[in-house]
Structures are given as structure tokens and as C-alpha cells.
Design a protein around this ligand. Sequence first.
Ligand SMILES: Nc1ncnc2c1ncn2[C@@H]1O[C@H](COP(=O)(O)OP(=O)(O)OP(=O)(O)O)[C@@H](O)[C@H]1O
Length: 354
Amino acid sequence: MPSPSGGWGCGGTWARGVDGARLFSIHHQAVRPNLSTISPPKEPPMIEVRHLCKSFARKPAVQDISFSIPAGEIVGYLGPNGAGKSTTIKVLTGLLVPDSGEVRVGGLVPWKQRRQHVARLGAVFGQRTTLWWDLPVRESLELLRHVYRVPAARFAENLAGFTELLELGPFLNTPARALSLGQRMRADLAAALLHDPELLFLDEPTVGLDVVAKERIREFVKAVNAERGVTVLLTTHDLGDVERLARRVMMIDTGRLLFDGPLAELQARYGGERELWVEFEKAPAQPALPGLTLLGQDGPRVRYGFSGAAAAPIAQVTALAPVRDLAVKEPEVEATIRRIYEGNLLGSRSVREG
Ligand SMILES: Nc1ncnc2c1ncn2[C@@H]1O[C@H](COP(=O)(O)OP(=O)(O)OP(=O)(O)O)[C@@H](O)[C@H]1O
């Protein structure tokens, strides 16, 4: 039964769910379709979670979480250490049984229809490998082909495609234990996708990699999503991953979903000011300008903070003194997330965007 706020609860305590109000209204919609305007049935979401609760030794790890992810989306799942991300993923993969709530992934209940479910998902955990340590990568992939019963022709096709995209060729005959972290991650990605899963869980897929290796992994994930329509749930502390891959983010803390919406919205709301970096021909004696925050000055170089469009601040600085160069710097996602965590900006309110 819903609480007055539209939420449900965990273990008998009422809590406000992020989707509570929406679910409540869905339950009470009039069921008399107008046949002249009826549209074809919508595809069911790839992931549907309602009022998920899970505790360990009575300590809640996930509290009344609800969200829905359509097929083909890439969603970043963020939160500080111990927030409840892994617990959610473990429920979604069928490794954990929740205390209460409803979960459907591709129409299946993960922990009840585990065999069918596992056949349709892939997972890469940055800290672990699915490859056999002492076997050459190619043999690990062959073994996985048998585990997942991938037809030989499809396996050959996928292996050729991934070898090209991920440049696996130079180390296909190398045992996993002798691979660099970046090579291992690429091999693990291939392993996770050989059986054509519809859904991919990525947990810290670029942890410990250099910028070039990170970029290669991100490009690959983008391609797999765009070309194969694979839905991706990405857990990461690397906000570069999120910026490059996900337009939508869900943010969780102390087991509660605090934000679910476009990354751009999170930035606009909590990202702080944009910056205008100006290099004047000569150091201005009075650099302060109305409506702009003077962030710092180093001789002719002055940094201003501003909100909204850049045109007016640019006009202001160019009217102040001759300008040699200028640049607009957007607030970094990294800084935004830090502000949110440190300042507890989302509080315990649940926020749901578009
Ligand atoms: N098997 C377990 N037994 C007891 N407590 C657990 C267990 N798994 C998780 N927890 C607790 O549940 C809470 C959520 O943990 P979870 O691992 O889901 O967080 P997380 O967001 O994935 O963190 P991290 O970013 O550090 O991986 C934490 O307080 C954690 O200590």
C-alpha cells in the first residue's frame, strides 16, 4: 500500500520512493482506451525496479529504490563508497535476492529465472576477470562459447569483430595472467559480449587505465551500444566514463536513489558557475565587473565566474580593456559530483527528472 507521499517502504517503515508519485498515478489511471487514438504497445523496459529493498544484518543497503531503463539506453549509476550500487547490481544480475520489491530484467525475475537471465546479460567487473588465468585468451573465449552455447559461426563472427574493434590480435594467444590491465579489460569485454547479450553491466570498466586505454574502452562501449543496441548500466567513480557514455545518471547515497535524470540537468542545477578566462593586452587596474564573480587575477590573466549565456560577459570584458585571448570553461562533472557529496546538496530528498 502506498504511503501518503506516494512511496512504499522497506521492512514496515514508510519511505518516499523516487518514482512513488508516478507509480501511484499509473495504478489509478482510467482503463478505458479510446480505440481511435490507441497507439501500438510500447516496448517493455529492459530494467524495471520497483520499491527495491535489501538489508544486511538489518542494516539497509538499498532502500525503496524504483527506476526503469528502456532498451538501448546507457545509464551511469553513481554514488560514494557503500552507497548501495553493487547491491543493486547484484540483485539485477540475480546474485542476491531482495528483501522486498519487484524487479524485472528483460521481462524475467533475475534470481528466479537465473539460467535464462544470465544467458541474456554480460558483465565486466574492473577488479575481477572472467578469463581463466593460465589459459590463452582465445581458449578462455572458446570455453565461454561452450558455456553460453554460442553457435560456432556466430562465435567466429563475433570474435573477428571484437578482435578488430578491441585490437585483441597481439595477445589472443597470451594467458590472462600475462596481460596488462588494459589488455585484460579488452579481453574481458569481448568475453562479456560473445553471446550477444542484450544488457551489459559495467563496473569500473576503466579503473587503473591510462587515458588512451580508457578512451579505447569508451569508444568500444559506445559502438556496441549504437550498433547492437545493447543496454548498458555503468557503475563508475570515473566521471569521464559517464560524460563520454551516459546522458542519464542515477545517483544513490545511503541506499536511496537521490537523482535520476539527464547529466546536463545535474550539471545545470548543481554544477556551479561557468568560468570566463581572459587574457588582456595589459593587466587591468580594476578587473571587477558587475554581475561577474572575480575568481582570480595573475597579471593580465583574469578569471571570472558567471551563470547563463557567455555572450554578455564576453561583451563586458571586451568593453573593459583590449583582450588578447579568452576561453569559456564549463564546470567539470567531477567537481559537480564532489560538491553534491560534500555539501549533501541532494539531501534526503528524492529527485526525478524527465
Ligand atoms: N554481503 C554483505 N554483508 C554485509 N553488508 C554488506 C554486504 N554487501 C554490502 N554490504 C553493505 O551494504 C552497504 C552498500 O554496499 P554496496 O557494496 O552496495 O555499496 P557500493 O555503492 O557498491 O560501494 P562501492 O563503491 O564501495 O563498491 C554498505 O554499507 C556495505 O557495507
